[in-house]
Design a protein around this ligand. Structure first.
Ligand code: PMM
Length: 287
């Protein structure tokens, strides 16, 4: 069995790098908007995780709950059944795994199976006990901005004070709750939650003002890959650009966000992302 060194993992993931950490998306769900259920079985999922790692992913984000707008939640046993074999297998092969879950029970089991990062799109709101799991395990914690479960999140895209001020204030409250639960804030990464209770316009505004999220004092992870605000920009109101034709637009964001200095990028096409980052790095390096 692999032996894990929490402190080493934390140190590695927070070590000052020359480029953002690349988090490869591995949705092991039958109903993902972006992968269309291609990795719902363990074999293809593990293979894809290994391929993303070979293509330069720093960590692989395994998720068993689809969060596309309107999605209904799987039962906890179903989520465990989807996620655990993949986490166990990839971790066993030396891959740094994050588990994309809002549930304490799933986070706890995934960490026991080798996951080193808990990526909680609800930032501890959906199941506050997840913070105890993070505290006790020493895992890195990604806390995303979130307001409601996917079946009703579009009703919550209302920010009277402006989306940037609203997201910043609410992430600040999450940080307070995370600290109050006894989690070491040095292990926390923040995420503005593009597409979650946000209109397309909100997502662009957040990307224009990431510095205000960073002022909360923690590194920032951004997940823009394949999201509908890219489809809306690149297509028309009636015919958004299809999910599988958004990568070139996404890569423009990858370069901008890397230059800006985000901590991490959550992406589907790892090879395209690491290629873009390699070019950026080469140009930035003196000849
Ligand atoms: N987006 C999705 C799922 N998990 N986690 C973080 N931290 N940030 C995100 O933006 C995020 C996430 C939904 O996208 P997908 O269906 O392509 O996984």
């Amino acid at each position: 069995m692999a032996s894990w060194c929490w402190r080493c993992a934390v140190t590695d993931l927070f070590a000052l790098g020359e480029r953002p950490r690349v988090m490869g998306v591995l949705n092991v769900t039958p109903d993902s908007f972006s992968d269309g259920g291609r990795y719902a079985a363990v074999g293809p999922a593990v293979q894809h995780g290994l391929e993303m790692t070979a293509a330069g992913a720093d960590l692989v984000d395994v998720g068993g709950e689809s969060t596309r707008p309107g999605a209904t939640r799987p039962l906890v046993d179903e989520e465990l059944h989807r996620v655990l074999p993949v986490v166990r297998e990839l971790s066993g092969q030396g891959v740094t795994v994050s588990v994309d879950t809002m549930r304490a029970e799933v986070a706890e089991a995934a960490v026991a199976a080798g996951a080193q990062v808990v990526n909680d799109v609800s930032g501890g709101l959906a199941d506050p006990r997840i913070l105890d799991v993070v505290r006790d395990s020493g895992a890195v914690y990604v806390a995303m901005h979130w307001r409601a479960h996917s079946d009703r999140m579009t009703r919550h895209a209302d920010y009277p004070e402006g989306v940037v001020a609203g997201v910043r204030a609410e992430l600040g409250e999450r940080l307070e709750a995370i600290a109050a639960a006894g989690v070491d804030l040095d292990r926390v990464v923040l995420d503005p939650g593009l597409g979650f209770a946000k209109t397309q316009q909100h997502n662009w505004e957040l990307l224009q003002h990431l510095d205000e999220i960073e002022q909360l004092g923690r590194p920032v992870l951004v997940g823009a890959s394949r999201k509908s605000f890219l489809g809306g920009l690149l297509g028309t109101d009636d015919a958004p650009r299809p999910v599988d034709q958004r990568e070139a637009g996404h890569l423009a964001l990858v370069v901008l966000l890397a230059q800006y200095g985000v901590w991490g990028l959550r992406v589907h096409d790892v090879r395209a992302t690491t290629d873009a980052l390699a070019v950026l790095d080469r140009v930035a390096r003196p000849s």
